[in-house]
Design a protein. Structure first.
Length: 68
């Protein structure tokens, strides 16, 4: 198990990365001709980061269930 402070740092970094991806998705979706490949790649990255966040939270004994 990682030290508590290390987990907190990783959780914060992951949340910030998800926020940046959300902003990128908004920008790409708002374009007159959205780049669907970029949008799909950002969505996949967001899914992976969300899984990573859930794993980090589980290491802190915080269990979260998400609806699909």
């Amino acid at each position: 198990m990682k030290p508590y402070e290390s987990l907190q740092d990783e959780i914060q970094h992951t949340l910030e990365a998800i926020g940046r991806i959300n902003a990128a998705l908004v920008r790409h979706e708002a374009q007159e001709a959205p780049d669907m490949l970029a949008i799909e790649q950002y969505q996949a990255l967001k899914t992976n980061l969300t899984r990573q966040l859930l794993d980090l939270l589980a290491e802190m004994d915080v269990n979260v269930s998400l609806a699909a």
